[in-house]
Each structure stands twice: as structure tokens, then as C-alpha cells.
Design a binder for this molecule. Structure first.
Ligand SMILES: [Zn+2]
Length: 247
């Protein structure tokens, strides 16, 4: 619908929100445009991709990026942060330790290389990426001018530090991070807390509601029915007691 966005490879979801599926790992980067401020969600997987995302966001909005939110600490979601300076960073409480301690950074670097990121770029990105200064333990309302975005700490579930981003509009848009995946099975690594994952999806559904657009960390935009089905599949897969909420 919005030719300019589509030519640049971005999907415009609402008047205020859009996203792009980045190459290689099919990771979602989200963009929320306020009257005063611009928020990026998960700005790429390394220095080069982060810089590209920054340039595209600035070209599409005509303004610089002022805020970045990380949905969780996996390399494909955070290392693009290395390309940004003078930006306010947000993440779930604890993500700062992961990104600031030598052990956490080494884990991140090793994981990026294991998944195919160039070794030199991974080392550089881990060196440059900033830990979030704004840590969300419950919910945080972010005023961007004409739109108030809600950041909600809904984990741990897919990772130790899961943050979802709710954007009101003609349709509410929920950036789910990897709590929801459309292009494959949801990935549960060593840092996942599977027993709490279904409850995290219940939380997304109760905050987003029935008509929201749910944007997964990987894959096409889905609806509440898809999220509910994934919730039930995860509960079955991980043997979580208690049936569907029926919400
Ligand atoms: Zn992940």
C-alpha cells in the first residue's frame, strides 16, 4: 500500500508502525513513528546490518532514530544496536548484565559465529553494542509524540529477558519477539523457560486483544488465533499443566 516503504522492503502495518524481515535469519525489525521520536525494535544482527536499518529508517521517516527496544538478548535481535549512538536503549531487566559482562558478551559472540555471522563482525558488534540503560521490570509507557507505546516484560519464556512492544493504532500492533514464530517451530534454547512460555503468550493475548496484528520474531504477521494455537502447542510440547485459557 505504501509504495515508498514497500520499495525499500518494508511492510507498513498501520499509520504508525511497520517492519521488515531481514535477510539470512529472517529476523523482524520493527519501526514505530511518533511525531517527535522514532523507535526501532530489534535493529538487526550486526554492525553492517544495523547501519543499513538505521539509514532506511531515517530515509522513510525523515528523522533520526531516537529509541531502540530489544525484545530479547539473542544475537540476531541485538547486535544491530552496535550501529547506533546517542539513542535511548530499552530492554527487560537483566538484559543489561547479559550485554555488559564478559561472560554474557562472549556467549553472544560465540552464538553469532555459530549461526554464521562473520567472526570479525561478531567481535566488533559485541564490542560496540550498548547495554540498555532503561530496564523494564513490569510495564513502561513510552511517549513518542502522538503515540504511546507500551513495553511489557513478559518473560522469562523464550529467553531470560523477553520484552513485548504494544503499539496502539487503527489496529493494535504487538511486536512479540521470538515468543511467537511463524516461519518455523518456536526455538527453545538452553536459556528458555518452557514452563512459563504458555503464560507469556496468554499475557500477549490479554494485552493485545482479539483484533491485534501480532508480529513474530521470525515469519509473517499473524492473528490472535495463531498465537492461541501456538500457545496450546507449546503447552502440549512442554507438558505444561492446565488447559487453554479460552480467552
Ligand atoms: Zn531468540
Amino acid at each position: 500500500m505504501d509504495v515508498r516503504w514497500e520499495e525499500a522492503g518494508w511492510e507498513r502495518l498501520t499509520g504508525r508502525a511497520g517492519r521488515r524481515r531481514l535477510p539470512v535469519w529472517d529476523c523482524t525489525v520493527g519501526l514505530v513513528v511518533g511525531d517527535d521520536s522514532t523507535l526501532l525494535i530489534d535493529p538487526g544482527s550486526g554492525v553492517r546490518e544495523g547501519a543499513e536499518v538505521r539509514a532506511e529508517a531515517e530515509r522513510l521517516t525523515g528523522r533520526r532514530v531516537t529509541h531502540i527496544a530489544f525484545t530479547h538478548g539473542h544475537f540476531d535481535h541485538v547486535l544491530g544496536g552496535s550501529a547506533f549512538a546517542g539513542v535511548e536503549f530499552f530492554g527487560a531487566v537483566g538484559l543489561d548484565r547479559l550485554l555488559a559482562t564478559p561472560t554474557g558478551r562472549e556467549e553472544l559472540r560465540a552464538s553469532a559465529v555459530r549461526h554464521g555471522l562473520d567472526a570479525a563482525e561478531a567481535a566488533q558488534a559485541v564490542e560496540l553494542v550498548r547495554a540498555p540503560r532503561h530496564l523494564v521490570s513490569g510495564e513502561w509507557t513510552l511517549e513518542l509524540g502522538g503515540v504511546q507505546v507500551l513495553l511489557a516484560n513478559v518473560g522469562p519464556a523464550h529467553s531470560q529477558h523477553d520484552l513485548a512492544v504494544f503499539v496502539p493504532g487503527e489496529r493494535e500492533t504487538v511486536f512479540c519477539g521470538d515468543l511467537v514464530e511463524e516461519s518455523g517451530e518456536p526455538q527453545a534454547g538452553r536459556d528458555a523457560v518452557p514452563g512459563q512460555w504458555p503464560a507469556a503468550l496468554d499475557r500477549l493475548l490479554s494485552l493485545g486483544g482479539e483484533d491485534a496484528l501480532y508480529v513474530p520474531g521470525h515469519g509473517a504477521v499473524v492473528d490472535a488465533g495463531f498465537v492461541r494455537a501456538q500457545r496450546d502447542a507449546l503447552a502440549a510440547r512442554f507438558g505444561v499443566a492446565g488447559g487453554p485459557t479460552g480467552a
